[in-house]
Design a protein around this ligand. Structure first.
Ligand SMILES: Nc1ncnc2c1ncn2[C@@H]1O[C@H](COP(=O)(O)OP(=O)(O)OP(=O)(O)O)[C@@H](O)[C@H]1O
Length: 247
């Protein structure tokens, strides 16, 4: 069997006396697009924070390509090949779309400067252009990020995350706050990014991910409830029960 790209083993997270995650174990195979879903308060954001290194879990461990990365400092994540895109837009508002991606690319290349010659400005410019093209932002290349629509700012953030050439892309509610048109554009972008790397996304809206992901993992009250294909999840009685009355 292939080594999972990411494996979460017996992870629990307590906040004081509150148990936000209880003994969750799940493995992600490389090259797949998986969504973590669950109703309000299920523990999805906590799961995202733990696997993306915002804080180490109270118990359990996280493994990336077979290596234990539990407690690895957050800035090391990009270096090992894990990038994340937050719910909160994370761009420099006064810089143009192109400058934002260039800065992200520059930071990555500076980090690797000891291993290989520093990238030239021309290379960084070309890389930023390539990444803007990849996420559909070439037409707004020179606009300040502050003037971009919300959906475009999220796409920009993704281009910045891609500058690290991640093997694994983690996304927290990538369509939060988007209009229906922006949501459709973002879903298409995610589907196309997932053809090139492993993508794990956390999403509140179950309907949205049904047509997009190959595999779904359902959390409920901080516990693992189910996993399977969209069809399996759709027909799972327990999942139907916990989603009853939710949209
Ligand atoms: N830093 C924290 N301190 C205390 N409790 C927390 C903290 N973070 C999350 N929680 C609690 O943990 C539970 C799970 O929260 P989490 O945000 O992970 O759920 P979620 O599935 O992402 O929910 P939603 O879809 O509403 O965002 C909630 O009851 C929340 O109040």
């Amino acid at each position: 069997m292939t080594t999972p790209i990411l494996e979460v083993r017996g992870v629990s997270q307590r906040f004081g006396k509150f148990q936000a995650l209880s003994n969750v174990s799940v493995a992600f195979q490389p090259g797949r697009l998986t969504a973590i879903i669950g109703p309000n308060g299920a523990g999805k954001s906590t799961f995202f924070n733990v696997v993306s290194g915002a804080f180490p879990p109270t118990e359990g461990s996280i493994h990336f390509l077979g290596n234990d990365i539990t407690g690895l400092p957050q800035h090391e994540f990009a270096r090992i090949g894990i990038a994340k895109s937050f719910q909160i837009t994370n761009v420099f508002k006064q810089l143009s779309a192109h400058e934002n991606v260039r800065v992200a690319a520059q930071m990555r290349h500076a980090r690797f400067a000891l291993l290989r010659p520093r990238a030239s400005m021309r290379e960084l410019i070309d890389l930023a252009d390539h990444l803007l093209e990849r996420v559909g932002l070439q037409p707004v290349r020179d606009k300040p990020a502050a003037d971009l629509a919300h959906g475009q700012q999220r796409a920009l953030e993704i281009a910045m995350a891609l500058a690290c050439e991640p093997k694994l892309l983690l996304m927290d509610e990538p369509t939060a706050g988007m209009s229906p048109e922006e949501t459709t554009t973002m879903m298409k972008l995610i589907a196309s990014l997932a053809t090139e790397r492993t993508v794990i996304l956390v999403e509140h809206k179950m309907k949205l991910v049904m047509g997009l992901c190959e595999r779904l993992i359902v959390l409920h009250h901080g516990e693992f409830l189910a996993e399977g294909t969209p069809d399996e999840i759709r027909s799972n009685a327990e999942v139907k029960r916990v989603y009853l009355g939710q949209h």
